[in-house]
Design a protein around this ligand. Structure first.
Ligand SMILES: [Zn+2]
Length: 304
């Protein structure tokens, strides 16, 4: 993360910053530690940062292997590229000594704050989400890594297997929002039926209107996901403002009437009074009546 923060534009979508105490700790490294640490940052700057944690399959494989190894990077058996393994093996003891105790305490505090919400709402969210999406829960268990630094979005999920990485310091992930973020991320592993249903609806409508093409919506399934988890948490926690509302996603990423149309067409399915396909077909048809000019498009991607 220090390497990322030191390269302007490397984070692309949202500035990534290292907390002041974490930067200050650099002063406490011995000369030998400093040399190793700065060589590690150089390696990351030159070899890793340009690669996206979410969309680069090689990076995903490295991430999964590192997670599988837990904290055993020093044993040398982990199957990641040799140069990266060497860099991590040399840097790990320095990280553990200088940053890990504080980071672990922060992560544990975040987990402890989230736990009562999980105890209270997890069973009902689990049942409701699997019913709405008509898909099994995407792992038993779904692994969640609670970390100080995640990525530009504050959380992300890799699929097959579904694994969640969430920042415990991101301001948007605190309090009840942590509950929504965790279930939002896990839901990424249950979206196949929604994605297929939206594709079907768009294809069907498009073939009916050859001379008046519709706008194919790359992120509509993600908007539906944002709405669903946010609304379910809002229904369970009085006064809660869903993540997308709180963080302005409907204004800066998913613009136009999307939120209102999702609420009108998708909520009946959430409540069990309409089939999934029927509900999403209505959504696509209603969006199409507005035409492409009714919205400014996805100027910036939605978070997570
Ligand atoms: Zn998401």
């Amino acid at each position: 993360m220090q390497a990322l923060a030191s390269v302007p534009e490397a984070g692309k979508r949202k500035p990534v910053s290292v907390s002041n105490p974490d930067s200050d700790e650099l002063k406490n490294l011995s000369a030998e530690e400093k040399a190793i640490w700065s060589a590690s940052l150089d390696y990351y700057r030159h070899s890793m940062i340009s690669r996206d944690l979410l969309f680069d399959h090689g990076m995903e494989e490295i991430k999964n292997k590192l997670e599988d190894s837990e904290s055993a990077i020093e044993t040398g058996s982990i199957a990641i590229p040799g140069d990266l393994r060497l860099v991590l093996q040399r840097a790990a003891p320095i990280y553990r000594k200088h940053w890990w105790p504080k980071h672990e305490a922060q992560n544990q505090r975040w987990i402890a704050a989230l736990n009562p919400l999980i105890q209270k709402h997890a069973d009902s969210l689990f049942t409701t989400l699997t019913t709405i999406y008509e898909e099994p829960w995407p792992g038993n268990p779904v692994r969640v890594d609670a970390v100080v630094y995640a990525n530009w979005a504050g959380a992300y999920t890799s699929l097959e297997p579904t694994r969640v990485t969430v920042s415990t310091t991101d301001r948007s992930n605190q309090g009840t929002a942590a509950l929504e973020v965790i279930f939002h991320e896990a839901s990424h592993g249950m979206m196949n039926k929604v994605i297929d249903a939206l594709n079907d609806a768009e294809q069907t409508l498009s073939s009916k209107r050859k001379n008046n093409p519709i706008e194919f919506r790359r992120d509509l399934w993600h908007e539906v996901l944002f709405y669903t988890t946010g609304e379910l948490v809002r229904q369970r926690v009085p006064g809660y403002v869903p993540y997308a509302d709180q963080n302005g996603l409907w204004k800066r990423a998913f613009t136009g009437s999307d939120r209102a149309l999702i609420e009108r067409n998708w909520k009946p399915h959430m409540n069990g009074s309409e089939e999934l396909q029927q509900s999403l077909t209505k959504l696509v048809e209603e969006l199409a009546t507005l035409g492409p000019g009714a919205r400014s498009g996805n100027n910036s991607p939605g978070d997570h």
